[in-house]
Ligand binder design. Structure first.
Ligand SMILES: [Zn+2]
Length: 159
């Protein structure tokens, strides 16, 4: 399942990408262009808008996002489409929205600092921007946030 998020949902789009999902997002776009893009590429439209989008795109091709808080928004999307089992953190470039490709330790050697080279458990590279990503050097803010999200599985706040 792939998505396009409306202009009000930048943080939701970013976090869905961090969790591995394919999400298009533009900080400026006309509603009609988003509707057209969603139709053309078969993407689900995520929206906070109650105007054009809600009138022209019907469920399940559109989801009205209820909360203004990004954590609630992520939980709602994953609950609604039952996507928790497909969460794969850090497998997609949040800039390019492209899947990362595994990179051997050998090939990563000259692309990262010695500290990262010694301590990372795995490496990956984006084929769009050539940025190198790695896992396992620290337990950081992002990992904590991902864990907190996963604990909220099935607990969408309704109403
Ligand atoms: Zn990239």
């Amino acid at each position: 399942m792939t998505f396009v998020a409306d202009c009000m949902l930048g943080r939701l789009a970013k976090w869905l990408k961090i969790l591995g999902f394919d999400v298009l997002y533009f900080s400026k776009a006309e509603d009609k262009d988003l509707v057209e893009l969603a139709r053309r590429e078969g993407r689900v439209l995520l929206t906070r808008d109650t105007g054009l989008i809600e009138k022209t795109v019907k469920r399940p091709n559109r989801l009205f996002v209820r909360s203004d808080v990004w954590e609630d928004q992520v939980v709602q999307v994953l609950d609604e489409f039952e996507l928790w089992g497909e969460v794969r953190p850090n497998t997609r470039c949040i800039e390019c929205n492209l899947p990362l490709k595994p990179l051997s330790r050998d090939r990563a050697r000259n692309l990262v600092t010695p500290h990262v080279r010694e301590n990372a458990s795995s490496f990956a590279v984006c084929s769009g921007c050539d940025r190198v990503f790695w896992q396992g050097t620290h337990y950081g803010d992002m990992e904590r946030k991902i864990e907190r999200l996963i604990e909220r599985r099935g607990k969408t706040i309704t109403g």
